[in-house]
Design a protein around this ligand. Structure first.
Ligand code: TRP
Length: 475
């Protein structure tokens, strides 16, 4: 957890805090036995209480004398350590589970109060769009939604909608997991022929990470190139940096302020787990991620219309922002945005956590060479295979925990081939090395062609995408 001000609990490790608490407890006891002045005792007790609050915030545990903090419960950041014992942890800053198959997404639907993308909805999307559903829908990678039926009802009555997605540019290096929402968003844009806005939250990354404003803005431009390389239509897509657009668009800022007025500190504390030592920028930020959900934040595209329906494809960890947005929307006279949620892209080491850009060995980067891809998959991809070939042939492997197989479900287009690989791996006919080879052969050309497309994206192209302008739609 990085603190904006350098004096909060955020700078201390759980162990530091534990030690400070223990010694403060001793101080209080000594003052009491020595019958010190009442005011002195009071002050020491106040500090003790504050430390206890900080301790709980940092570790997610209550302080107990003689019980040092246990490593596993340490919350890396300041998201609410919402998960009770044994539950998966999912918020905008943390994803973890103890289950090798990954997060239990059905439970998450219940906890978050969203709806499952069931076969009926997938069929309906096919019917309404006249297109075969994207493999992410067919395979439950986009698994949860809010109000998607309403979007389709309206679309059938010729009422259009627009797409909103985003990315926090925290480094230059994107990994394949970062592409998931963008690959799917491109499919939605092509399928429904609708406008798209993409928010790059360089302000968010400046507030949360130890990065300069210049770095964050530079990452915005570099990340925009990778996003553009996914193939978005320049006539239908507006990409913006918060650091630029907030100051340039009075209508956008007005919506930010409206949201800020209608959400209390108590509410964001409950949703995001902010504490007293978080800088005020973080506390105000959720309103900035909410604002693009309202069409009049983009008058150049929607001609000032405030009631164009918004659909947000995103990973499920972003849902807290949009629960807040949907709660506020009717109170400020706007439609609630609809949502499509994806699962996480697992780390090479296993589905207990998602891929992380800060751990080179957990990720396949978009800049990796074919050789690096091969080595990483062979060396680091967690295998559901057995220890020896003999055992594997006899008992078969477990595709449910095998990371190479999971990656193939994201990227191998052919359903029949995928099913055959699954069966052959489970029966033992297909060995781990052969499965990994299939994945390597799928990833290498995919990443090479991404790199080729990215090379074509010039600074000038980025500038065009990021210039506020009308798009090819009549609203
Ligand atoms: N907060 C997101 C991140 O850190 C970025 C983001 C902004 C976003 N707006 C969004 C993601 C809308 C999905 C949808 O990556």
């Amino acid at each position: 957890m990085t603190d904006c001000l350098g004096d909060g609990a955020g700078d201390m490790t759980p162990m530091d805090l534990y030690e400070k608490l223990t010694s403060q407890g001793d101080t209080v006891r000594t003052l009491k036995t020595e019958k010190a002045a009442k005011a002195d005792i009071e002050a020491a007790v106040q500090l003790l209480l504050k430390l206890k609050v900080d301790y709980k915030q940092v570790t997610g545990q209550d302080y107990k004398t003689g019980c040092p903090p246990s490593e596993c419960a340490v919350s890396q950041d300041n998201g609410p350590a919402a998960a009770a014992d044994g539950e998966d942890m999912v918020d905008p800053w943390n994803v973890s589970t103890t289950n090798a198959k990954g997060v239990d997404y059905d439970k998450l639907i219940v906890r978050f109060g969203s709806s499952k993308i069931d076969q009926e909805l997938v069929d309906r999307i096919e019917r309404v769009s006249g297109q075969k559903a994207h493999r992410f829908l067919r395979r439950g990678i986009f698994f949860s939604h809010r109000d998607m039926h309403q979007v389709l009802d309206a679309y059938e009555k010729n009422k259009s909608f627009y797409l909103y997605t985003g990315r926090g540019p925290s480094s230059e290096a994107l990994h394949v997991g970062h592409l998931i929402p963008f690959i799917f968003t491109k499919w939605l844009q092509d399928t429904f022929d609708i406008p798209l806005v993409i928010q790059l939250t360089d302000d968010e990354k400046y507030l949360w990470k130890d990065l300069s404003l210049e770095d964050c803005h530079r990452y915005t431009v570099e990340n925009a190139k990778d996003i553009i390389a996914c193939g978005f239509d320049i006539n239908k897509t507006f990409i913006f940096s918060d650091l630029d657009y907030m100051g340039a668009s009075p209508d956008f800022y007005r919506n930010v302020v409206k949201v800020q007025k209608h959400v209390t500190f108590n509410q964001v504390k409950g949703i995001f787990g902010f504490g007293d030592s978080d800088c005020i920028g973080k506390i105000a930020f959720p309103a900035i991620q909410a604002a693009p959900s309202f069409s009049n934040s983009f008058p150049q595209i929607f001609k000032g219309r405030k009631n164009v329906q918004c659909l947000i494809p995103c990973a499920i960890d972003q849902d807290p922002y949009f629960r807040m947005t949907r709660d506020v929307a009717p109170r400020i006279g706007y439609p609630k945005p609809a949502l499509l949620h994806s699962t996480f892209f697992p780390a090479l080491q296993g589905a207990q956590t998602k891929m992380s850009a800060s751990d080179a060995n957990s990720s396949i980067f978009l800049t990796d060479t074919p050789k690096q891809i091969k080595n990483k998959v062979n060396k680091h991809a967690f295998s559901g295979g057995k220890d020896t070939v003999e055992e594997h042939r006899k008992y078969g492997g477990n595709p449910d925990v095998d990371v190479s197989f999971m990656y193939l479900t994201f990227f191998l287009e052919d359903d029949e081939q995928l099913e055959k690989i699954r069966q052959d791996y489970a029966s033992g006919a297909l060995l781990t090395g052969e499965l990994k080879k299939r994945l390597i052969e799928t990833l290498q050309p995919m990443i090479t062609s991404h790199q080729e497309r990215r090379k074509q994206v010039t600074e000038e192209t980025v500038k065009q995408f990021m210039t506020p302008r009308p798009l090819d739609f009549n609203f």
